[in-house]
Design a protein around this ligand. Structure first.
Ligand SMILES: Cc1cc2nc3c(=O)[nH]c(=O)nc-3n(C[C@H](O)[C@H](O)[C@H](O)COP(=O)(O)OP(=O)(O)OC[C@H]3O[C@@H](n4cnc5c(N)ncnc54)[C@H](O)[C@@H]3O)c2cc1C
Length: 371
């Protein structure tokens, strides 16, 4: 078989490369930077509820070694605009925290090493034309979301807080993680929101109020973009689109890492077995993506009054609903919500394949009008 050329050395591209090489297929990765993956040096969460299997077991099944920093988290606190709080616990890891970036211990550094150890040539500072490659793994396209973050030293027990408030993150969520005495706050906003710095300063003050402690030293600031859109056909002109380059993302939360791993693996398997890539990824990933776009549709109807009710409902759930959802354990609750959420009722009217182009266009409209 001819050598497979991969454009982009992020999660999806390197997962594809590692699997192809393991099957004895020659492969070459072209990475435009001097290192692979995200430059952001932030903490990200590998969620552990969208898919049935545990995420670490899944990575092993996708032939990815989990020798990077990865730490289970068993709880999450939700906070409403008026500061109502709701702490939810889980008996199983609800997510795994990992580091992104080129530093030792980070996921991207480990994937680059795994690829190099397998003898995969990575050509840095190289970007070929799309026509000259087989797998497109270049990450985000048109940004539909802008993330702004800060990290700071913080002597406090580990925790994750999700804050719903449109004054900080418009129709998204603001989150704080504290891990090993390092704090991180991230706000997420659509491109038409321009006052990121002011929003970040306000959210820092908000978290000082929540944690009743001052955040005195900011050690790192970062900004990054992500895209939510849909490419129902991820095999175009004979090329395989993987990861965020194919629009594979959870549209409610912006979690795309597991989709990037899985789609890289599916593209490789499809090349190895000479079968239908679209069929492979759709069987595995289409249902949660459909659910995520319907959940986003519902979430965008909420605004601050709605978030208030939502956190209240989480804190004081109706016992009948809790029973129907299989108990109050956070991970099983999220799993149920992802499989049987009220958005299921929207299925007939929100047939995403038809609405996806319209939805994407509407999301990008403010950016187009005001840029
Ligand atoms: C601030 C932020 C926080 C996030 N938090 C989470 C989280 O907590 N959990 C989660 O699951 N997801 C999260 N995500 C999303 C997640 O990071 C992405 O979905 C995931 O990294 C996508 O992987 P990928 O391999 O498709 O792309 P990337 O990881 O972006 O890799 C793409 C690679 O291609 C290279 N490249 C790009 N263009 C070219 C080119 N023309 N030629 C050569 N190389 C090129 C890039 O340099 C990069 O190395 C977050 C995203 C952001 C921005």
């Amino acid at each position: 078989m001819k050598k497979i050329k991969i454009l982009g050395g992020g999660i999806a591209g390197l997962t594809a490369a590692i699997n192809l090489k393991q099957a004895g297929i020659e492969v070459e990765v072209h990475e435009r930077k001097g290192f692979c993956g995200k430059p952001s040096r932030d903490f990200q969460f590998l969620e552990n509820w969208i898919f049935e299997a545990d995420s670490i077991d899944t990575l092993k099944n996708l032939n990815i070694q989990t020798d990077f920093y990865i730490k289970p988290f068993y709880s999450m606190e939700y906070i409403s605009p008026s500061l109502k709080r709701c702490l939810k616990q889980s008996s199983q890891p609800v997510m795994y925290l990992l580091k992104r970036g080129p530093e030792e211990g980070a996921l991207d550094h480990s994937l680059q090493k795994q690829a190099a150890d397998a003898g995969i040539p990575i050509i840095f500072k190289s970007s070929l034309k799309v026509d000259d490659v087989d797998i497109i793994a270049t990450g985000k396209k048109e940004p539909t979301i802008i993330a702004t973050g800060v990290t700071f030293p913080f002597d406090h027990p580990d925790k994750v807080i999700v804050l719903f408030d449109d004054r900080f993150s418009h129709k998204m969520y603001t989150y704080l993680t504290i891990n090993d005495q390092v704090g991180q706050i991230v706000i997420l906003n659509p491109p038409h929101i321009k006052d990121h710095l002011a929003r970040m300063e306000r959210s820092i003050k908000r978290f000082e109020e929540i944690l009743t402690a001052a955040i005195t030293t900011i050690t790192h600031r970062f900004a990054a973009t992500g895209s939510f859109y849909f490419l129902k056909n991820a095999r175009i002109d004979g090329r395989y689109y993987v990861g965020e380059a194919a629009g594979f993302q959870d549209c409610l939360t912006g979690f795309g890492m597991m989709y990037a791993f899985k789609s890289g693996y599916h593209a490789a398997q499809s090349i190895i077995n000479n079968d239908d890539y679209n069929h492979r990824w759709q069987v595995d990933m289409l249902k949660p993506m459909e659910i995520s776009i319907r959940n986003r549709y519902l979430f965008e109807k909420l605004s601050n009054d709605g978030y208030e009710k939502y956190v209240n409902m989480l804190e004081n759930p109706n016992p009948v609903i809790v029973k129907l959802l299989g108990g109050a354990d956070l991970q099983s609750l999220l799993k149920r919500l992802y499989n049987y959420s009220p958005s299921y009722l929207l299925r007939p009217i929100l047939f995403w394949r038809k609405l996806a182009p319209l939805y994407t266009f509407l999301l990008s409209l403010p950016g187009r009008l005001f840029s």
